[in-house]
Design a protein around this ligand. Structure first.
Ligand code: S3P
Length: 433
């Protein structure tokens, strides 16, 4: 664990938040830019790439697979090797804390003509991999895992064939893993999901000239002889913006402008939920570049009320539920979150950790197997927050600290770097401290 991860941060009440902020590049789009850039024929220039720890993990893996990546302050250049140009890695690949890295990359590695091994940190070692191993095996992949489910994964590269698959979980990571494997498979690969998850892979494959057909919740990809390279402008991360949207909503006398935030409709659930709760988030200057829309967002203090959240909304807010739970403590009435059992297998058990930390701040919360029930409004009190190394728990409870009595200490706050380097500096700037 690095020194920054061990750092604690202290947060006290804010009287108003003001400013104009730019978020780090969208993490999901950044991972895919580096992976698809590596598989393209030629140079891919990326602007706005996230420099967060998770995307660094993807970049280091691609470098180990023989891809040259040049990083400048404004632009990252990927020297694409073409679909069949990756080389066997010298040693084990390390996905760090990143589920997206290991799951998407496994789809690519399964169809190579070399073997590889990939592992991650202690959190990733506890996360389920059977969800990608079993369908990949149906494509003829050979993958060995601890107890058939856990890292390290040993992937014996071999020829794959396409198949038709119905996902039981709405997961962009599983869907993307299979679509990327489909790039190397003989015949068509068709994936149907139970609800729409983020569709960045589909959009970026189209941007790279791949024939991908979408009909409702079904996506089909044909293996292709080669993929072009194409420049990418990565928008700001709406999952990072979510912390600031909710901070502006719950801290009185606040107004924040968030520039150039990704507003792909599969990710904007946070704006819909906040507005349904009585929040004020205005979307301005929407524009589309490389198949992905982006906008400026203005969020203001508002009187929130509780709502029920479940069903198809869950995949659209899957990473935002910890901060929505914090907002719910400040809302009038009851907020019910259900159908979100996936939260138990994220970077930490986010249902347990949100409930425990809210209770330590004095809130009344009922834990459910697939969500939680929060009664509001409640006056939170400062507490010691156990992040369990989970970036979104650290950032959600830093925002809770802005409306709490006394001091809130975020343990191991440096884990915010997993998705948002500079988060605490931005928070200090807008609170005028
Ligand atoms: C991601 C998909 C989501 C999300 C994760 C990033 C992606 O995971 O929670 O942070 O980039 O595809 P699941 O697809 O497993 O829900």
């Amino acid at each position: 664990m690095s020194e920054t991860i061990k750092m604690d941060m202290q947060i006290t009440r804010a009287t108003g938040l003001h400013g104009v902020l730019t978020m780090p590049g969208d993490k999901s789009i950044s991972h895919r830019s580096v992976m698809l850039g590596a598989l393209g024929n030629g140079i891919t220039e990326i602007t706005g790439l996230s420099f967060c720890d998770d995307v660094q993990s993807t970049a280091h893996c691609m470098e180990k697979l023989g891809v040259a990546i040049t990083t400048g302050p404004d632009i990252t250049i990927i020297n694409g090797k073409g679909l069949h140009g990756l080389r066997a890695p010298d040693g084990r690949l390390d996905a760090g804390n990143s589920g997206t890295t290991i799951r998407l990359l496994s789809g690519i590695l399964a169809g190579q003509d070399f073997d590889s091994e990939i592992n991650g940190d202690v959190s990733l070692q506890k996360r389920p991999m059977k969800r990608i191993i079993e369908p990949l095996q149906k494509m003829n992949a050979r993958i060995y895992a601890q107890k058939g489910n856990f890292t390290p994964l040993i992937i014996k590269g071999r020829p794959l064939h396409g198949f038709k698959h119905e996902l039981t979980i709405a997961s962009a990571q599983i869907k993307s893993c299979l679509l990327l494997a489909g790039l190397f498979a003989k015949g068509a690969t068709t994936v149907t999901e139970p609800a729409q998850s983020r569709d960045h892979t589909e959009r970026m494959l189209k941007h790279f000239g791949v024939n991908i057909i979408k009909e409702g919740l079904t996506v089909e990809i044909e293996s292709c002889p080669h993929m072009i390279s194409a420049p990418i402008e990565v928008p700001g991360d709406i999952s990072s913006a979510a912390f600031f949207m909710i901070a502006a909503s719950i801290v009185p006398n606040s107004e924040l402008t968030l520039l150039n935030v990704g507003t792909n409709p599969t990710r904007t659930g946070i704006i819909d939920v906040l507005n349904q709760m009585g929040g004020t988030v205005v979307i301005e200057h929407e524009r589309i570049k490389n198949e992905e829309s982006r906008s400026d967002l203005i969020a203001k203090s508002s009187a929130l009320h509780g709502i029920e959240i479940g069903g198809e909304m869950i995949p659209r807010i899957i990473d935002e539920i910890p901060i929505i739970a914090v907002a719910a403590t400040q809302a009038h009435g009851t907020t019910i979150i259900r159908g979100a059992s996936e939260l138990r297998v994220k970077e930490s058990d986010r249902i347990r950790n949100v409930v425990d930390n809210l209770r330590s701040m004095g809130a009344e919360v009922d834990e459910q197997e697939d969500g939680m029930i929060i009664h509001g409004p409640q006056q939170l009190k400062g507490a010691e927050i156990e992040t369990h190394g989970d970036h979104r728990i650290a950032m959600a409870f830093a925002i809770a600290g802005l409306v709490a009595d006394g001091t809130t200490t975020i343990r191991n706050a440096g884990c915010a770097n997993v998705s948002h380097p500079g988060f605490f500096e931005q928070l200090l700037n807008i609170s005028g401290k």
